[in-house]
Design a binder for this molecule. Structure first.
Ligand code: UTP
Length: 410
């Protein structure tokens, strides 16, 4: 059976025949792409995800508060001890950074990869350049070149790599910067039908920041890291210019406590703030998303008046190489988001919806925490760590982030 007949059988079996309806209108190259997309799509998994979309979340998990180290309460001796241990790791070339830059950044609405967004500082710099500057400072300070890996998506990889080339890798050693592409998963509409792009191909979206582990293995990045004998890998987001690319304290604590990972937290501003919080789930480290926490849990306080679930997860986590190997390519669960996406309908018409119209499936990095034997939470200071660039305007926008960034670096 040839590829086309195989694809025909598949779409028939999974009730997705509309995918081949406009096949004849495509050019030869796109025909091939579409057929490959159909052959590579796990339709069984998609049907399963669709059938569970409206499931009520399992509330039988036992959620308890998590303990943490508070940076502001450390004594000078403790600080010094941890800092020294952290510096040793860096100076001995045992440290690398991964920046997750595969997100779509739909809320920001910037025309291009989020990392290319110019923050509006003086002098004006892109988020990528801001991060690279931090690595350059460490290079000067310790005379080491920290390997920098960037996770992109199929959608933004070319633009991202071109941006680095155009900017001469911000004068960081080119060979220390590597890109790897994360996986995608098709988007489906309310009826469970896979949607088509304006070009008549399957509409895919990056599979969430939890895809970082699987992609590290698939792309060979993990081999590259092991060859360099790197032991500690910081994984952080692209949309927060205050990310500490190299936090000696965090690294030193990881070494001293002999843990598999350290998660950076900041105090949740108020019970309603839209951030996930660290907790123990059935006795293991985890995060409850802001969409999943109950009002009761979010408002609980301890005897000192602090929120019991107040350690916000800011997507800045440090992993030992053994932790990443343990997480491996095991599939993380998919979470569902209802999004707005332009598509081609069953009559071949391009529809630009005003309201969310389709489901996107994403895995989250923190779902990997419970696979770890142990994890330390380190509470940092909000003004030193957190200036998210999420929305076009208002809270967590370029304007608020720029202010926080300039305030910190003043
Ligand atoms: P967000 O969860 O805020 O998603 O990403 P986003 O795609 O950037 O923005 P919206 O939701 O569409 O507006 C947090 C971090 O995780 C990365 C992002 O690039 C950002 O650094 N991320 C997210 C990925 O690398 N891949 C993904 O599939 C999703």
């Amino acid at each position: 059976m040839n590829n086309f007949s195989q694809a025909q059988e598949i779409v028939k079996k999974y009730n997705q025949e509309h995918l081949l309806k406009f096949y004849d209108n495509l050019n030869e190259e796109k025909k091939k792409i579409l057929i490959n997309q159909i052959l590579e799509t796990d339709f069984k998994q998609l049907s399963k995800l669709y059938s569970h979309i409206n499931d009520i979340k399992d509330s039988k998990d036992e959620i308890t508060p998590i303990t943490y180290i508070d940076k502001s309460k450390l004594t000078n001796e403790e600080l010094e001890k941890y800092m020294e241990k952290g510096k040793d790791v860096i100076k001995n070339n045992k440290y690398a950074v991964i920046t997750m830059a595969g997100g779509q950044g739909t809320r920001l609405g910037h025309n291009g990869p989020k990392g290319t967004f110019m923050l509006g500082t003086t002098p004006d710099k892109s988020l990528f350049e801001i991060f690279c500057d931090k690595l350059k400072k460490i290079k000067e300070k310790y005379n080491v070149t920290i390997p920098w890996y960037l996770m992109t998506s199929k959608e933004n990889n070319l633009e991202t790599t071109k941006f680095f080339e155009k900017n001469n890798y911000f004068n960081y050693p080119k060979e220390a910067i590597k890109f790897f592409i994360q996986d995608e998963i098709p988007m489906i509409d309310k009826k469970g039908k896979v949607i088509l792009t304006e070009d008549g191909l399957i509409k895919q979206a990056a599979n969430g920041h939890g895809g970082v582990f699987e992609s590290m293995f698939k792309s060979g990045i993990i081999e590259n890291i092991k060859k360099k004998k790197i032991e500690w890998i910081f994984i952080g987001p692209v949309d927060n210019p205050l990310v500490q690319m190299t936090d000696e304290l965090m690294i030193g604590i990881a070494v001293d406590k002999n843990v598999m990972a350290v998660g950076k937290s900041i105090v949740k501003a108020n019970p309603e703030e839209k951030v996930g919080v660290f907790c123990n789930r059935n006795g293991r480290p985890s995060v409850i998303e802001y969409t999943e926490i109950t009002k009761e849990l979010s408002e609980m306080r301890d005897s000192k008046g602090e929120l019991l679930y107040g350690e916000s997860h800011i997507n800045c986590n440090l992993f030992n190489i053994k932790a990443i190997e343990k997480i491996g390519t095991n599939k993380l669960p998919y979470h569902t988001a209802f999004k707005k996406a332009t598509y081609m309908d069953e009559n071949g018409k391009i529809v630009k919806p005003e309201e969310p119209n389709c489901y996107k499936f994403e895995t989250f990095i923190f779902d990997a925490f419970e696979k770890l034997d142990n994890m330390q939470i380190l509470r940092g200071k909000r003004k030193e760590e957190f200036a998210p660039v999420k929305n076009k305007e208002g809270t967590d926008s370029p304007e608020t982030a720029r202010k926080l960034y300039e305030e910190y670096y003043k």
